[in-house]
Ligand binder design. Sequence first.
Ligand SMILES: *Cc1c(COP(=O)(O)O)cnc(C)c1O
Length: 412
Amino acid sequence: MHIDTRFARFDAAPGDPCRPTSTPIYQTATFEQESALEFGRFDYTRSGNPTRTVLEDKLAALEGGRFGFALASGMAALSTLLRAAFSLGGSPAARGSLIVGSDLYGGTTRLIERLVAPLGVAVVSVDTTDLQAVRETLAKPSPGPTWVLIESPSNPLLRVSDIPAIAELAHACGARLAVDNTALSPYLQNPLTLGADVVAHSGTKHLGGHGDVTAGALVTSDEELAEAIGFLQNAEGTALAPFDSWLLLRGLKTLAVRVAQEARNAQEVAEFLERHPAVSKVHYPGLPSHDGHDLLERQARGAGQLLSFETRDAVFSQAICESTRLFTIAVSFGSTHSTISLPCKMSHASVPDQAIEQGRISPLPADLVRLSIGLENPADLIEDLKQALVSPAKVHRPAPHGQGLHCRLSES
Ligand SMILES: *Cc1c(COP(=O)(O)O)cnc(C)c1O
């Protein structure tokens, strides 16, 4: 079956004698038991809920894995994954190593720096677009399990890492690969079929797709890892609520058309920006000029709807954000409407300064503007950007207060 068909059609309510065509929301905390000693399929919604089960099975099928999990947010999914990964076979004294891409979502960096590393996991960041650097890092001996965590394309710099090659390098060293697939969604890329061991999503982005729900997902075919994730999901109570599960199911039905159209719109916007004299660099892997263009074509079915650009002038970039009319100034992405943001002041402001000072994270350019392209007509979006990209000389400049080339990130 074609992938579009798999998004649109699925059994909404397996085994339900009423045969509803939309999954019922089982808005209940408990399920009655046959007797004090006999449990049914479900007993308590924290442990399992039929609405969530339909979603989890669908997520697994769409990513090509055996076990799906829906969690309260993308961060809950990543936190659960990392804790499950490092309790596998590792003793408390030697919890293993985590090799991470050097530009990850800001909240992921905060999670790793503030919560995972202090538990005894040795964290090494490496430019995962450089396979030689990945190979050398993996070759270093480490106590306990080793995991590699990447985003491809990364957010907000849209750098593309070679998923099959990194999976192969990792497996050759007994390490495992986790891929945060939020940027492309299961419609455009399936890391498990490329060799990854587990895939993570912020469902807040494309899976929900309308900016109205916070959710996260994990999919794996590894039984032992799935068991550890399922245990944590229940033990810590991080599972997605029934109504939010239903919102995600509804989002998935239209994901294929949304993501395909948004990617077409993003391509047009990126081509316009690349020709514009006030734009010094465009980061969008759909452009043939992008470093990761050929690699992306090999491992994904499209470049997605996220792009970023530089202007060499942070004050000008801020003025662009503030003078667009169709782009909402907001964090997050993957919704039906277009948004504009300054990553180093907004989505990535949570990266601890110390991670940058110690060279584990590369600072983002202060003039970087990120666009999340929605379902508006691309001609309207381009018209709007045209009027916002007025000459930098015309921008009102406040008294200088440390506007350097790279932003200082502060805790928020
Ligand atoms: C947004 C995002 C997250 C975090 O997801 P939440 O749903 O906001 O908790 C993780 N990874 C990536 C790549 C994201 O864009």
